[in-house]
Each structure stands twice: as structure tokens, then as C-alpha cells.
Design a protein. Sequence first.
Length: 557
Amino acid sequence: MDRHLDIKGISVEIEKILMPYVRTKSFTNTVGEKEAEFFFQFNFEKEAYFQKNKEYYGTFPIKDDPLNRSVSWALIRGKGPDTVVLIHHNDIVSVEDFRSYKEYAFSPYELERKLRCISASLPADVSNDLESGDYMFGRGVCDMKGGGAIQIALMNYYSRISDLKGNLVLLALPDEENLSAGMRSGVILLKRLQNKYNLNYRLMINSEPHQRKQKDTGVFSVGSIGKIMPFVYVRGYLAHAGKVFEGLNPLNVMSGIVRATELNSDFSDTVFSGEASPPPTWLYFKDSKEHYDVSMPLFAYGCISVQTMKQTPKEVLNKIKNIAEDVFKQVLKDTQKSSDVFCKVTGTPQHMLPWSVKVISIGELLKDIQQNLGNEFDNSYNKIMNNLFSEVKTGKISLIVANQALVNWLFDNLEDTSPCVVYGLIPPYVPHVSNDSFSVLHDNIKALPDKLNAFTLDEFGQRYTTEHFYTGISDLSYSSMFNRREVEATLKESMPFWGRLYDLPIDTIEQISMPCINIGPWGKDFHKMTERVLKEDLYVRTPRIIAEAIRLAISSS
């Protein structure tokens, strides 16, 4: 590809694409995401290349999706099999934080005028950016329809090149902000396109916005952080609050587990120099009480978000198990000590409490139930799973609540009623990926960040640093897979809804595995009312950097 791709005027095209793209109210996990699909199709059906080649763009339906969403895609074919894949997500988060300005959230210029009226009440950095006129404000302009508009504009430009070397595929993905249903289906689409058109995938480029530590230094990411969501369910032993030593309060155990894991740096991966995954945090925590009474709750349940750069799901779950055992042991020790003191004060004979430490995986619990129910298990289990499947698909309950209901059902069919801790995984599973995982990379791909930095210094006088992991979580996580068997075994064992309510085509990801990079505009305050993107990055720098990355990737063959 020509180093000097003629993209003069692309800033005008980006803006023409971005404004209506932003106006599509494609809130994640809503029917509004279909609006972004319609916009995507409308753009490409106007282009001469796609009018001539109607089979090179379309939608790929997400299987069993309750909202009937699809992956939007376009393909430009040139000479040879080498192919660069561009991806961006077209769903957005809600605008609840816009308060009285909600109606302007999708109109950047109107929103800017409104924000100027309250500039004095905004944080200083926001006010300064607003007054400078260098930034565009609005929901999605940054995360990430700005990057999406750049990619669509580039596809339009490349479609007008008659002697193009290599191929380009663009995927516009729904549901990134939720369960990544779009990208999980997108990898299946990529495999089908690969087989149909004999494509050789060289590189995947995402255009999520990047954040900066220094104003004049941009960031490229050659990987993306992973995320898993372990759950912990503590079954206690119910008793009246006046007879506390006749029962075991699950909140005692559960709160101990939460305190021992919340922001625990032992769960943080540290890689290379200065890169680390944030310590974990609990996203959900409740007990069984629906209303007040003087009994202990029967169970407590919660889930914790753990981000990874090196750890496997199995390693994280082993840490959860060990902490749960230690906490349970300490709670029993403290409870026995308290009971002894109470008996001594009241003149009651001291006695050993009947509880013992029991911490098991959800897979082990399932095996216990199978043994208990025998031949009845399959029918009963399928019935409860089908009911939960229906309630999740119709939006009555979340996957988190469905998982809790399933564990409740399992305990209802367990003969052993003693206190117990159960742990496992709730969807989604977001793998961590990094180009360092590839045993062999072409020199141009390996040196891509350095070459792009040289390009930006020469063209714009601006330096870009490289991080090994994009830490905002992104769909790049599904660009490659190298430990399929181990991951799949853990998910089958520890995620009850694996293969039913949630699936990940791990074998397909392994087959289409390609290196990746995130090249996106500088943005600030993602998901906030003051979300904004630097116009110079949006209109000038980023499209040219992506064009250079495409040239280098294709010429690396």
C-alpha cells in the first residue's frame, strides 16, 4: 500500500459520519443497538465499491440473541490474501449522569453550548478543555463512535483505490459494554470470511480512545487486559437471633472473604515495567433476606471482578478457594471462642460447635447433587436450567441472579445441610491477550509500535509510547488464544452456564489468532457527562496513523 495514502479531506468525511453515528441511541443491551446497524448499512450502500460488490458488506446475526442484534461488517478486497481487520464497538453506556442535559447528549455542538453556560461549575480541567475549543463533547464521541467513524471513513477511502494490495475487513460490534456478544460472534464471522475468501489475517486494529499521562505523549496498546468474575456463595445454618450459637451466620464468613479479597494486590498481575492489573473489587453482594425478621439469613452471595494480564482462571479460583478456607477456619475459631465465653458467663456447659470448614467448587457441588438425585438429575437439572434460560433471555433476571438461583436449587437437593462455601465463575470470560504471547511475529509487526512512533514524530512532532495491555477492557481480547484446552476445562468445570446461557468459541479464536494493536484518539472522562475527544486526534492524527499501520502490516508479508 502507498505510504502516502491520499486522505486529504478525511476530517470532513469523519465528521459527516460521526454526527449521525452519535445520534443513534445504541445503548448497550437494548433494541437501540439496531439503530447503529442501520446506520452502518446506510453508509456502505452509498459507496460505489459496495454498490458494485453488494456481497462485501452486511450483517451477521448473533445466535439466540433476544434483541436480534447483529455484527455489521464490510470487506474490501485487493491483491493477495494478506488482511487487516478493523474493529470497533457501536454500543454506548447510558446518559443518566447528564441529568437535565440528556436531550443534548447526542448533539455535540448543542451540548458544548450548554456546557459553556455552566463552565464555572465544572472541574477545572473540564472547563479548560471546553474553553479551548480543542475537544468535542458528547456521549459516544470518545467511547467509541469517534474511533468507529475514523474506521468507516478509512474504509470508504480504501474502497476507491483500484490497485489495492491486501484486504480490509471492518467489524462494528454491539454489546462490548456488557457481555461482548458482538465480538464473540464476530470471531465466527471472521473465520467464515477467511475460509470463503482465502484471507490471511495479519493484524487486528481496534480504535478505542486512549488516555495519557503526559499531554504530548500518545499511547499504543499491543494487547488487552482480561477479566473474570468469580462468585462466592456461603450457605450458613439458620437460627433465631436469640439463639446465635445454634446457627452460623453466612454474613460472617462472606464479609470476611470480601474483606480479604477486596483490593488484594495478590490478585494483581505485574508485567514488564510499570504495567499492572488493578486489584479486584466486589461488584455484587447480598444475602437471602427479602424482608426483616429475627432469623439469620440462610445464605450470602456475591461476585468479584478480577482483571488479569498473566493469571489463568484456574489460578484465580485457587486463590479464592484458599482465602475462603482461611476465612472459614478463622470464623469457626472466633465463633467457638465467643461461645465458650458466653457459656462461662451464663453457667452453661461448654460444648464444641458442630461446624467444620467446607469449601468446594460449583463443579464438585454438581457432582454431589448428581449422586444424590441419581437418574432424576438430568431431567430436574435441565428443567431448572431451561427456566433460568427463559428468564434471562426475556430480561426478567440477570446472569448474576440466575446463577444464585441455580446454586439455591442445588442446595435444596443436597442431603448435607451443614454450612458450606461454593465458588465458581459467572460470565463473561474476557481473555487477556498480548502480542508477546506469539512465538513468531514478522519483524514489521513486532516493531510496529516503534515504526509508528517514528512516523508520528516525523509527521506530527509527537511521541507515542507503547503499553503491552489496554487496561480499559476491549474486544481485542478475542483476537487470539493460546491456552485453549486449559481455559476450556476450567470454564466447563466452574461456569454453570457455559454452553447454555453463555458461550465463547475458543477453538475458533485459536484458529483465527492474530496480533493486535489499539490505535485510537485521545479521550477523557469515558462514561461521564464530560466525555470528550481531542479533535486533532479524531480528525488528523489517528486516521493517518491507522493508515500507516495498515501499510506496514500488509507490506510485512
